[in-house]
Design a protein around this ligand. Structure first.
Ligand code: ADP
Ligand code: MG
Length: 482
């Protein structure tokens, strides 16, 4: 039996406002526990919430960024449930009238194909606090700093058909919210969290199978692993004659283990009702027009422009447009060296390898765009070879020098292009390898190309990698072929 995977995602995106969604308390990360929850966040009697204008603007910007209908009248509701990290006894969220209606996000897959994932809606809501289970010897601690932090929850249609598509979607969504500047995108701090709804069905069948929901995945890698594991579990279970039950599951990224958290029967009745403390949010045409006029270049548009303006491949453009900082870095390098292909290669090769290894973001790169552009200029004008350039890059990365020119100067890496010097070097190499020279001259012409490599290697070695490879090749050939 052939199975097809069906996935729908619900994504919580933390909005980058300075203060909470209904109060003036700070949203800064990392403060001492319970120092940033005020009376409003705690829902103490007599206090009244006030909607954060900036949070509403950010939600609107998101809607505009995915070509969605903006609901100019939208309503906050109370979702009632009891949990220690929810001191109010309800979460203020949106249900019937969310701020963002249907939209779409387009993804590109590894094989170059594209696909549209429909967004059902996105709504504004507040985050809850955090339960802390370590350090309290059999008790739980509660940190309410996060209570009242503004979120948008984005809900997709069940349009995703594989873990690969889910990851491509998640990365694209991350690119969209960071490009809009409405989220810092820091997944390790929980700024973007994914809930994955997964079901399987026999290939060709129209009706969806029963789904499970795995909550709170905070990395692309964990999300992919959780989906693959859940799909395998469901197929195994069905093929063994079992049935999927609709349930909420947890996946532990550190151990790779998954388990059931609660089944649908145990689900709460949330008794939603419109929040009596908050008026409907009214967005007038003027405000909407102003926000529209202020939209940045979105990732898809940026990608198209990079292809048109710099002749980049689809693949290079997709990677370089994935986040604002990388795209800005790329454009700055091109400005400095006027060579888009070399700039793209260095950013996606040497630079991104070094950033990954040191676990730092491109904005904090010790090799600035100006420095990398300067380095590429020295490759272009033959001052150094591509190989020596990697050495120069390493020195720049270590912060020992401020420019490629300084490194080349200090370390004496300038390429040797003087004909006399190169000739002398070649002569001594040929002298030291008289037997190989004889073999070369005796060989069939079509075998000589390969044998040439040996002499080139010896000459480059003799020059410490500094001889101009093109000149070495040319002069060697003249001397060997007589
Ligand atoms: P509920 O009303 O229970 O919240 P929704 O219809 O709102 O359910 O769907 C919640 C999420 O689950 C959405 O992202 C949706 O795309 C996804 N989903 C719904 N049905 C399935 C299914 N059979 N398989 C996978 N995902 C699904
Ligand atoms: Mg729902």
């Amino acid at each position: 039996m052939q199975w097809e995977t069906v996935i729908g995602l619900e994504i919580h995106v933390q909005l980058a406002t300075k203060t909470k969604i209904f109060s003036g308390a700070s949203t800064a990360f990392g403060a001492a526990p319970n120092t940033q929850a005020c009376a409003v966040d705690l829902g103490l009697p007599g206090v009244l919430p006030v909607v954060n204008e900036e949070a509403v603007n950010m939600a609107i910007r998101f809607g505009l960024g995915i070509d969605a209908e903006i609901n100019q009248v939208n309503v906050f509701e109370r979702k009632n449930y009891f949990y220690p990290d929810l001191p109010k006894g309800y979460q203020t969220t949106q249900l019937e009238k969310p701020i963002v209606g249907a939209g779409h996000v387009d993804i590109t897959l590894a094989d170059g194909s594209t696909k549209t994932i429909r967004i059902h809606h996105a709504h504004l809501e507040e985050d809850a606090g955090k339960s802390l289970h370590e350090d309290f010897h059999g008790m739980s601690g509660i940190d309410l700093n996060r209570a009242g932090t503004p979120l948008i929850e984005i809900v997709t249609e069940p349009d995703i058909r594989s873990a690969e598509e889910a990851v491509a979607f998640a990365k694209k969504l991350h690119a969209i919210v960071t490009t809009l500047g409405i989220c810092d995108g820091d997944m390790s701090q929980g700024s973007v969290r994914f809930d994955v709804n997964v079901s399987v069905r026999p290939k060709g069948q129209e009706a969806f199978g029963t789904r499970t929901e795995t909550k709170n995945l905070n990395s692309f890698k964990f999300m992919e692993a959780a989906i693959l594991k859940e799909v395998a579990r469901q197929i195994d279970l069905i093929e063994d004659g079992g049935q999927i039950i609709q349930e909420t599951r947890l996946y532990n990224g550190d151990t790779g283990e998954a388990r059931s958290m609660r089944s649908k029967e145990e689900a709460n009745d949330y008794r939603y009702f419109p929040c009596p403390d908050l008026l409907p949010v009214m967005i007038n045409d003027e405000r909407l027009a102003k926000l529209k006029a202020d939209m940045p270049e979105m990732p898809d548009a940026k990608k198209s422009r990079l292809i048109a303006q710099f002749g980049l491949s689809e693949y290079d453009a997709e990677i370089l447009s994935a986040d604002q900082a990388t795209a800005a870095y790329f454009e700055a390098v091109v400005t400095a060296c006027d060579d888009a292909k070399l700039s793209a290669n260095w950013i996606m090769g040497e630079l991104s390898r070094s950033l990954n290894q040191s676990n730092i973001v491109i904005a904090d790169s010790p090799v600035t765009a100006t420095m990398l552009g300067g380095l590429i200029n020295r490759i272009k004008d033959n001052t150094i070879s591509g190989k020596i350039a990697k050495e120069v890059f390493e020195v720049l990365w270590q912060g020992e020098c401020n420019s490629a020119d300084e490194v080349i100067d200090k370390k004496g890496l300038k390429q040797v292009t003087d004909t006399g010097t190169i000739e002398a070097m070649i002569d001594s190499v040929l002298m030291a390898n008289a037997q190989q020279v004889e073999n070369y001259r005796a060989a069939e012409p079509e075998k000589r190309g390969k044998m040439m490599g040996f002499f080139v290697g010896q000459c480059m070695k003799a020059s410490g990698g500094k001889a101009n490879p093109g000149m070495v090749n040319q002069i060697l050939k003249q001397k060997l072929d007589g």
